[in-house]
Design a protein around this ligand. Structure first.
Ligand SMILES: Cc1cc2nc3c(=O)[nH]c(=O)nc-3n(C[C@H](O)[C@H](O)[C@H](O)COP(=O)(O)OP(=O)(O)OC[C@H]3O[C@@H](n4cnc5c(N)ncnc54)[C@H](O)[C@@H]3O)c2cc1C
Length: 411
């Protein structure tokens, strides 16, 4: 009988593992709670109306339809029964010989889950569309407001968290609020809008070289973003953000401050880090169960220098390939190789024609970094159609400075 492999999650890690196990003798079932593979690095562009959802998401089924041994199931895995080799779905269960868990991460509000309703984070297409509607709606409310205090609240956009997502969002919102969309409104001027990036640490982009963090801060400030460092958020309400340095009235608050692993990992009953990520073995399997692998954002992996691998797409992709090879070759636990991450560099874009990048020790800033960023992002997008559409959208935007997808449809 054919051996069964169950893969949970069709993000970067799960999809790579599935593709590397395609056309083998294994029977593979790939389960995802959404029907699409999402290119998260460009989500902020959907949230800021530069791209449409279909530009950065592809139906999983269509990506894998050519492989006879891979079945795709749209469902949520609720828990894992390790003893009986079962993945439990909402109303069924699947038996496995090997299990690959690649469920990514979700937002962490540091125990204040009530903030989520007011300050959405950015992980899914739904999140991006919620944020897009919030931004456009705030501008619409400001346009018809006569009370100057309320108008200021509608025109204030606060982003909490100065990692790559927070920086990219702050830059893109500043472009909207101070340069592009603002032209369509008659009641306020660019200088009436405020974009505030709040960071608890002493610098933004703390995983980058210090000089690049400083450059990113300077670039954001030139675009009109107020960067508040060493500023902890104490509370969030419908009225605005309470920080240790005072209250900021704001209608639009976006959360980009923390990650937390998926709750299904708890059912594995193995050691996790503070964020709930599974502390995996050097072959990405879990202690005591060499047939179960946890990869990507869901895994806590220390490299040979004791450095914890970052939650980035390349780690998930490389781990997906690595565990597929172990399974294909049926390597017994004692003989398995150690996973080694090849760091291809990190980058973050700040706005039109501005980015910072660090590639193999080389630091890049400004237009050149942005060109590299654009090339890499288009190259790694899945599907020729998406690459082509994104390039056309970008060219259109950079020539006309007009955002394409500005509809409010949620109402
Ligand atoms: C806004 C944003 C910007 C980013 N920018 C960059 C960047 O510029 N460069 C970079 O390298 N990285 C970036 N990242 C990080 C990168 O996207 C992640 O590291 C990568 O997606 C992790 O891959 P993964 O396979 O572990 O999880 P994901 O890609 O998150 O995939 C997880 C999949 O599992 C599914 N799933 C979750 N739980 C279940 C369940 N219980 N049952 C069934 N399915 C489930 C989800 O629907 C999802 O499809 C960014 C992330 C975000 C959110």
């Amino acid at each position: 009988m054919k051996k069964k492999i169950v893969i949970v999650g069709a993000g970067f890690g799960g999809l790579t593992a599935a593709k590397n196990l395609a056309d083998t003798e294994y029977e593979i079932t790939l389960i995802d709670r959404t029907n699409h593979h999402l290119f998260q690095p460009l989500l902020y562009q959907v949230a800021t109306a530069a791209l449409s959802p279909s530009d950065i998401a592809v139906p999983i089924r269509s990506l894998l339809s050519g492989y006879k041994n891979i079945k795709v199931i749209l469902d949520e895995v609720i828990s894992i029964d390790k003893d009986n080799h079962l993945a439990k779905l909402t109303d069924s269960q699947l038996n496995y010989d090997y299990l690959i868990i690649a469920v990514g991460a979700k937002h962490s509000y540091f125990g204040k889950s009530e903030w989520e309703k007011i300050a959405p984070g950015l992980k899914t297409l739904t999140d991006a569309l919620t944020i897009r509607e919030k931004i456009i709606e705030a501008l619409e409310l400001a346009e018809k407001e006569n009370n100057p205090e309320l108008m200021q609240k509608y025109l204030t956009f606060v982003i909490v968290g100065g990692g790559p997502t927070g920086v990219e969002l702050a830059g893109a919102i500043a472009e909207i609020a101070k340069e592009t969309m603002i032209k369509d409104y008659k009641s306020f001027r660019p200088e009436d809008t405020k974009v505030i990036l709040i960071e608890a640490a002493e610098r933004i982009l703390s995983s980058f070289d210090k000089k690049l963090s400083e450059q990113a801060k300077e670039d954001l400030e030139k675009m009109g973003v107020e960067v508040k460092l060493n500023t902890k958020v104490e509370n969030i309400s419908d009225d605005g953000v309470y920080t240790i340095q005072g209250f900021i009235p704001a209608k639009t608050i976006i959360w980009a401050a923390g990650n937390q692993a998926s709750p299904i990992l708890k059912s594995l009953n193995v050691e996790t880090d503070r964020a709930g990520r599974v502390i995996v073995n050097k072959d990405c399997s879990i202690p005591g169960n060499p047939e179960i692998f946890v990869i990507g954002d869901a895994a806590y992996f220390e490299d040979e220098n004791g450095k914890v691998l970052p939650g980035v797409a390349q780690v998930a992709i490389q781990q997906g390939k690595f565990v597929a090879e172990i399974i294909k070759n049926e390597i017994p636990f004692e003989k398995r190789p150690v996973f080694r991450y090849k760091d291809k560099g990190t980058m973050a874009t700040i706005g039109k024609a501005k980015a910072v990048a660090e590639i193999k020790g080389i630091k890049l800033t400004g237009l050149f970094a942005w060109l590299v960023w654009s090339f890499v992002h288009v190259f790694f997008l899945i599907g020729f159609r998406n690459r082509f559409r994104v390039m056309i959208e970008w060219i259109w935007y950079y020539l006309t400075k007009r955002h394409g997808t500005r509809l409010i449809v949620g109402k």
